[in-house]
Design a protein around this ligand. Structure first.
Ligand code: NI
Length: 390
């Protein structure tokens, strides 16, 4: 195994400068023009073969090793979120209402550091590294857009790796979970149609507001009573709309929300019960429910062999660290689409620091992480790539 910690630490200022520059200039999904431009320029300067405009604003760069071998895809996401930053950091966002509140600024900078390290070691590589800088991870379909533009072809990757800085855990913690690590996500809309009327004469109506309220309560039974308690699932109704006036019972109430699950079996049970309960309860109250469900992402399922290898590399690099093989989250990740066809591993690098107050959660306006996590992530990713391509 190769220890890239010294080289990653040497690149700390380089990585931090880019991270802070991206943080000051965040761009929403599919609008990462400036970010992608900087990435493309850096990788071109390094001598990599660079393609831009993959999946609208994505960048792909290939690094050829000294001899033939496997193709390894390493993916970093670049997009920010529509959040007004409240960190007060000197490198805070200069764009009103847009913020890197998930750490993708760090991921992009880590990717540049990894490219730099691996380029200087290309003589030791047998095979090809395919660097993927992905737009629009935050629910806008960036991974699918890149796949549609052929990111998984010419050359077709044999393995894929990606990572996330993880503020739920402190620096010194690394999460590498074999098997399911992040949940599948579905989006739903439930339209409950009744019969509207005067608020003072409910007996002449079929009230979709009451039916909607009962449906929301009844849906809680799915996780509580239909899912094996040793498995996991989430059903969250996050929006309820209908009616305007205080004295009018509306015709229609609309519910929206999300369903999360890890396995296809549990997902099937949840979706089936979701439909049965929604239509059954609405009907019992004289209304009709129309159920629409759209898949958002599949589950991130880490390959066992790849995960075990990364775990041993992490243990070799950071013997003092907590190497956690149990971390799973009901959050979702569109890297799952790339991992459907290609064995790989998506791992987490602890990035919080409670003493420095850098521990707000992802997607929070106060989100910021300890930048000492940057070289740690770059070292582990670089060491992993070299280990697989030797
Ligand atoms: Ni994220």
């Amino acid at each position: 195994m190769i220890n890239f910690i010294p080289e990653a630490e040497e690149l700390f200022a380089y990585t931090q400068d880019f991270r802070r520059d991206f943080h000051r200039n965040p761009e929403l999904g599919f609008q990462e023009i400036r970010t992608a431009g900087i990435v493309a320029r850096e990788l071109t300067d390094l001598g990599l073969e660079v393609t831009t405009g993959v999946g609208k604003t994505g960048v792909v760069a290939t690094l050829e090793g000294a001899s033939e071998g496997s193709v390894m895809l390493v993916r970093f996401d670049m997009d920010a979120l529509p959040i007004q930053e409240e960190t007060g950091a000197e490198y805070a966002s200069q764009i009103p209402g847009v913020m890197h509140a998930c750490g993708h600024d760090g991921h992009t900078a880590i990717g540049l550091a990894v490219a730099r390290i691996l380029e200087s070691h290309k003589q030791e590589l047998s095979g090809t590294v395919k660097f993927v800088f992905q737009p629009a991870e935050e629910g806008l379909g960036g991974a699918q857009a890149m796949i549609a533009d052929g990111v998984l072809e010419n050359p077709k990757p044999d393995l894929c790796l990606s990572l996330h800085l993880w503020n739920d855990k402190p620096v010194g913690w690394i999460g590498i979970t074999p098997g399911p690590a992040m949940s599948a996500s579905d989006r739903f809309q439930l339209t409950i149609k009744g019969k509207g009327g005067h608020g003072a004469a409910p007996y002449l109506t079929r009230d979709p507001v009451v039916a909607g309220a009962q449906v929301i309560s009844a849906l809680q039974n799915i996780v509580a009573r239909n899912v094996n308690p040793l498995e996991s699932a989430v059903v969250s109704v996050t929006s309820m709309t209908g009616g305007e006036a205080f004295n009018v019972i509306p015709e229609i109430v609309t519910l929206k929300g999300t369903i999360r699950s890890f396995s296809p079996e549990i997902r099937k049970i949840v979706l089936q019960r979701f439909e049965e309960i929604s239509t059954g309860v609405a009907e019992a109250l004289g209304c009709q429910a129309q159920v629409e469900v759209w898949p958002v992402t599949p589950a991130v399922v880490n390959d066992l062999k790849v995960s075990n290898t990364i775990q041993s590399i992490a243990r070799f690099l950071y013997p003092e660290d907590v190497i956690d093989n149990q971390e799973r989250t009901m959050g979702s990740e569109d890297m799952a689409y790339m991992m459907e066809d290609i064995p790989g591993c998506y791992f987490f690098i602890g990035s919080a620091n409670h003493e420095k107050g850098l521990d707000a959660g992802h997607h929070h306006p106060g989100f910021d992480f300890d930048e000492s996590a940057l070289p740690r992530a770059a070292a582990l990713m670089s060491s992993a790539v070299v280990d697989f391509l030797r």
